[in-house]
Design a protein around this ligand. Structure first.
Ligand code: SF4
Length: 582
């Protein structure tokens, strides 16, 4: 694709993150500027003047230069504006401010840091019990500034660069230290550890090649582009999304729009000449299904081509008992049945079977299809509880539960029950919050059982909740851990997403945010999503009541959404058409 110039407005999440980042940076600047050493804070001037002032300050050997602008590196095609330049020897080290954590607690660990009152390397000390949080993007940004400083003659002999994170310390990274595992095409090993500088030089060089090819393609369309858009998880937060999405969705849509078709699978399909969803939908599902069940279909087809068409399939591969059983279960009994399978599909990998169904569902006229072999059962109970948790890096700060009396009454009020802390969550407070929810849930289960009623708890994608539950209680008494494990293992704990995926298919994502609108459910809060909840959490911790209300309403929306989906599936799920499996 060409590399267009973008004039995009940041979305609400990005805007709030930028505001938070700016506030954080201003507060830090104030704090650091009160420290020792010669400081210059640049601002309130044109870009050219900023560059001139920065160069003059570096020429003058100032210790700290805040908000400087480096001159354009025209040969290297780089521009940049590091938050802080710190003199080291005859040159300068880049430092950037980030509104996230830069250190991780680790026994026996040590990290090189400088304090706020003197953020230079000479005053740096080892902070014991901590290690650097491995943030690749931060170090690549520092590598970019380092190359710019080298280009204008102010690079330092030191290979360090600093990040000032939420801890309020300058945390120093060695940009020449191999720390990232990358693919290797030379040597015996398939991976190799590379330094931020090596990774940056490679990635930046590739981007320059991409841009050069795009420019050449614009002049002469016979010049091949180096990249084309592929839907990957990063697209949502990428500035080019609005350019790429129409390209991805044009015609029958890129195969990368299909669930579980990432870059690797997209490339495998492309290499097989399958460029859009219609081409995938046109493949033979029975053939692909057998491949996915580990039948060596190309071999069976080859043998069948020279065999008597009335011969039993077992004669083709007499020793492969398991494969014969799979073929017979699929109705492939005789050689003539084998010959109905498709050679082209047989050569494709196992993931293609699911991709075919998804492509057919995505291109079909109905929003949702039933899977042929599925029972379509939706587990129900007299007393139902929908559960969802919200967490940040530091822990789970909110468990929300929606209680519904479908049949009978247990003396506990129906509706939304939140258990939360809006102080900065830590180990102690997250266990307290969990205990609050757990005691309430145990009470609901006891009352349900006392009334002779049935109970079920529902989550959407249980992996998240189960992982957090087990992590939080890992140091709790064995009895409590067993109680949690036993509920998770029981049929009273239902992953509604799994129920959906087993019986229905849309051809797209089956995340809660995508499926709930099919059930006519919408969140009351604006910009409902995990990214915004992180922004709101930071505000709530700072005492913002509106942010706290937003988080509770958002979490209530999540549990109401699972309840709505369940009702929708129960009412209508059995009547939807089945996806074509021919
Ligand atoms: S990450 Fe996605 S949106 Fe961004 S350039 Fe790549 S394909 Fe386009």
């Amino acid at each position: 694709m060409l590399v267009p110039e973008l004039e995009t407005e940041p979305d609400a999440v990005a805007r709030q993150r930028m505001d938070q980042g700016n506030e954080f940076e201003e507060a830090l600047l104030e704090r650091f500027s009160e420290g020792e050493g010669d400081h210059l804070v640049i601002g309130g001037m044109s870009w050219d003047e900023e560059i001139e002032t920065t160069i003059a300050a570096m020429d003058g050997g100032l210790l700290f230069i805040w908000n400087g602008s480096l001159p354009l590196d025209e040969a290297g095609r780089r521009s940049g504006k590091p938050d802080l330049l710190v003199r080291e020897g005859d040159g300068y080290l880049p430092v950037d401010v980030k509104h996230h954590r830069t250190l991780k607690e680790e026994q026996g660990g040590s990290a090189l840091v400088s304090k706020a009152d003197l953020p230079n390397l000479a005053a740096a000390t080892d902070l014991e019990g901590f290690v650097l949080a491995p943030n690749k993007n931060d170090t690549l940004q520092l590598a970019h500034y380092r190359r710019m400083l080298d280009a204008c003659g102010f690079g330092s002999d030191s290979s360090l660069g600093g990040i000032i994170g939420k801890e309020g310390l300058v945390v120093w990274y060695d940009l020449d230290e191999p720390r990232f595992t990358t693919k290797s095409t030379s040597g015996k090993r398939k991976t190799k550890k590379r330094s931020p500088m090596e990774v940056y030089d490679h990635e930046f060089g590739f981007r320059l090649d991409v841009a050069a090819a795009a420019r050449a393609h614009k002049e002469n369309s016979s010049v091949e582009l180096l990249v084309e858009p592929v839907r990957v998880s990063e697209c949502g937060a990428c500035g080019f999304n609005e350019v790429c999405s129409p390209l991805l969705e044009a015609g029958f849509g890129s195969t990368s729009l299909l669930p579980r078709v990432g870059y690797r699978q997209w490339l495998q399909l492309k290499e097989a000449g399958l460029l859009d969803r219609q081409q995938v939908a046109d493949l033979s599902y029975p053939t692909a299904k057998l491949v996915s069940q580990r039948v060596d279909v190309p071999k069976v087809l080859n043998l069948a081509a020279t065999s008597d068409s009335a011969a039993p399939v077992a004669e083709l591969i007499p020793r492969a008992k398991k494969q014969i059983e799979t073929l017979l279960n699929a109705g492939i009994v005789a050689v003539s049945d084998v010959l109905t399978l498709d050679q082209e599909t047989a050569a494709l990998p196992g993931f293609v079977a699911e991709a075919i169904l998804n492509a057919r569902a995505a291109l079909g006229s109905e929003p949702v299809y039933r899977r042929l072999e599925a029972d379509g059962d939706v587990p129900r109970a007299d007393i139902e509880v929908d559960i969802d948790m919200e967490n940040v890096l530091e822990g789970v700060y909110l468990w929300g539960a929606l209680l519904t009396h479908r049949s009978g009454e247990i003396g506990i009020s129906e509706g939304y029950h939140p258990f939360a802390t809006f102080d900065q969550v830590d180990e102690e407070s997250e266990i307290e919050v969990l205990l609050g929810m757990w005691h309430w849930l145990s009470d609901v289960r006891q009352q349900t059982s006392a009334q002779g009623l049935t109970f079920k708890a529902f989550v959407w994608h249980e992996q998240a909740e189960n992982t957090q539950l087990r992590r939080i209680v890992k140091s709790s008494p064995a009895e409590f851990r067993e109680e949690i494990d036993s509920l998770i293992a029981s049929d009273e704990w239902v992953d509604l997403k799994r129920v959906f995926d087993l019986s229905w298919i849309t051809g797209g994502s089956s995340s809660l945010k995508v499926i709930a609108p099919f059930a006519d459910f919408d969140w009351e809060v604006e910009d409902a999503g995990g990214a915004m909840s992180m922004v709101k959490y930071d505000k709530a911790v700072d005492g913002d009541q509106d942010a706290e209300t937003w988080l509770l309403d958002y979490n209530r929306g999540d549990v109401e959404a699972t309840a709505a989906i369940r009702e929708w599936l129960h009412e209508h799920g059995a009547s939807w058409p089945t996806v074509n499996t021919r």
